[in-house]
Each structure stands twice: as C-alpha cells, then as structure tokens.
Design a binder for this molecule. Structure first.
Ligand SMILES: [Mn+2]
Length: 337
C-alpha cells in the first residue's frame, strides 16, 4: 500500500468534523455493501459525526440483513436526497468500483461533487478523477482491501463484530465462498481474524445463499433444463432469458444472480454468459476460467468490463442479436488465450 496515500488518508480522517459520504455501485453486491457498510461502522466508531451511505439502487433481499442497512439512502427511492448527500460531503469514499460510470443515475452528481474522492477498489483499470486511490487488483474483494487499509491505519483493533460481519460477507460473495480468486493465503488469515471476532460463518452463509424463493429455484430449473446452450465445439455456454420468461417465474431483482456460474460447471467450458432482457437493453454477465479474460471481452464487444474472470456488459440490440454476436465471437476470443 502506497505510504504517501496512506499518510494523506490518515491526515484526512483525523478531522472528525469532515462530512463523509460512502457510495455503493449500481446493483450492489455483497462486496459493495460489505465494504461500504464496514467502512460506515469503522468511521462511526472513529467518531465521525456525519457519515452518509448512498446506493444507486436497492439492495438485493439476501443482503438486507446486514448491519447498518437502515442508514443507506437509495437513489431509486429518493434521488434528490441521494444527490444532495453526495454534493454536501467533504470526503466521498468509492468502494468496489473503478469509475464514475458505475454509479448510474448518480454519475453526473459524483463527477460534479466538490468533495475529495477516495477510491478503495480491486477492479483493474481505475479511471482518473479520484483524488486518492487505493487500488489493489490482486486482493479478493474491496472488503478484504478495506480490512488491510484499516490495519495499515493502525486501527485493526477497532474492527468489531458487526464490521467483521460486513467484511466477511464481502469476501465470501466475491470469492464464491472461496471457490475463485481465493489462492492468496492472506485472504484466509483475514477471514480467520473475522471469525475470531465472533462472525458466525454458518449463519451468514445461510442468510446469503439459502434464502431462495420457490419461484427463483423454479427459474433456475427452467434455465438449466430449457435455456442453457453450448457453443460448439464446447468451450463456451450461455443462458438467455426474455422478459416474458422472467415474469412467468415472478422474477424479483437479483433472482438471476449467480445463474451464469452453472454454465462453467460443464466440463470444457471456459467462457460463460447470461443474457437478461431488460426494458430497453440486454444485461449480460460473463464468467470465465483460467486465462480467458472476460474483462477484455466485455470491454471490446459489450460496452462493459469488470474482472478477468467475472465481468458484465450490455447491448442495445435485440436479445437474439446479442446472443448471435456472442456465438460468433466466443470461439475466436477463447482461442486468443
Ligand atoms: Mn468486489
């Protein structure tokens, strides 16, 4: 971690009267919520008087149990208040995202906000526009990075059980419960410390992964039984879902989260995608194994980006055209690696 940046951060947060705003990214996931709420808990414990947390969108149901979710202002419910909180802040923390475009409807507000912008993130290619950058792309999650940052500030002992619950949630969701991006011993050392602080790993696993609705499980069954397709000769696979299919299964926000990973469970598949038809665009998630770089794939062909093995993109073409484009590009892209 860069010492100059660390010293600047230390100085900045020594003034507890600074108004702080913590910003989540659009469609927040476990790491976005975990790192942001963990930081909220830490800063409140540090004695900051005014700390706001703003999210572009609602939290998925499986994260609503997390500590301090009641303090979050959601831009989808209260756009003006959300914008005001960003504009009023002296310090704006951006965790788990790498550019203004990741906060959707709040992008212009963030870009115009006069506060000092601090990035704490693990995505590649952080964009300019941040005043202070803590970007570590080899760390499992922004939550793990935040733990290291708090420790580097000399405040490891201030991490308590609710903060630990937030960070633990971020680490397990960004590593698929230690199934990818999980070969760094330090991830387990930090996780071990979180458990020692009283985190109930079993309970959190149940809260995050075992609270499916019946209709979501049936939608998954539909995807696996009827919609999963393989691109010959068998290194890419995808699922596509129309709006009417989603409504047939009483689709709720977040229901298709993780479905794309099932395609990677097939032997030989190195690149997987799921195409979800939205009102005015197609939302796409990509996953890959090994060297196949879906951050690059999403950037080059589907107006998106993310990590090497997990990224997202979109298309304004029809669902069938977006799928066709994927089918045409997949094999030659995989052969580059
Ligand atoms: Mn993350």
């Amino acid at each position: 971690m860069n010492n100059d940046s660390l010293n600047r951060l230390k100085t900045l947060i020594s003034n507890k009267t600074h108004r702080v705003c913590i910003l989540l990214h659009t469609n927040p996931d476990g790491d976005s919520a975990g790192s942001s709420l963990g930081l909220y808990g830490y800063l409140k414990k540090e004695g900051f008087i005014e700390v706001d947390v703003v999210s572009p969108d609602e939290l998925p149901a499986f994260l609503k149990w997390m500590p301090w979710t009641e303090v979050v202002t959601f831009a989808n419910e209260n756009p003006e208040l959300a914008k005001q909180k960003i504009l009023d802040a002296d310090i704006i923390f951006c965790l788990d995202f790498n550019g203004y475009n990741r906060v959707n409807s709040l992008e212009t507000t963030l870009s115009n906000a006069p506060g000092l912008k601090i990035l704490v993130d693990h995505h590649p290619n952080p964009s300019s526009g941040f005043n202070l950058i803590f970007s570590e792309i080899h760390i499992s999650s922004a939550s793990e990075l935040l733990y290291k940052l708090i420790a580097a500030l000399g405040d490891e002992s201030k991490i308590d059980k609710p903060i630990a619950e937030c960070l633990y949630s971020g680490i397990i969701t960004d590593t698929g419960s230690f199934s990818y991006g999980c070969n760094n011993p330090e991830t387990y050392q930090i996780t071990s410390k979180l458990i020692a602080l009283g985190v109930d790993g079993e309970a959190i696993h149940n809260l995050i992964y075992n609270t499916n609705t019946f209709s979501r499980m049936r939608l998954l069954g539909h995807c696996l039984g009827e919609k999963l397709e393989i691109v010959e000769p068998g290194n890419a696979a995808f699922i596509s879902l129309t709006q009417s299919e989603l409504s047939n299964f009483d689709h709720q926000k977040g229901d298709t989260e993780g479905f794309v990973n099932y395609a990677l469970k097939i032997q030989g598949i190195r690149l997987a995608a799921i195409f979800i038809e939205k009102k005015d665009h197609i939302k796409i998630s990509f996953r890959s194994v090994g060297n196949v770089d879906v951050n690059l794939f999403a950037r080059e062909f589907f107006s998106g980006g993310g990590h090497k093995n997990a990224s997202g993109g979109k298309s304004v073409e029809s669902l069938s055209d977006a799928v066709l484009k994927f089918k045409n590009l997949a094999n030659s892209f995989i052969s580059r690696f």
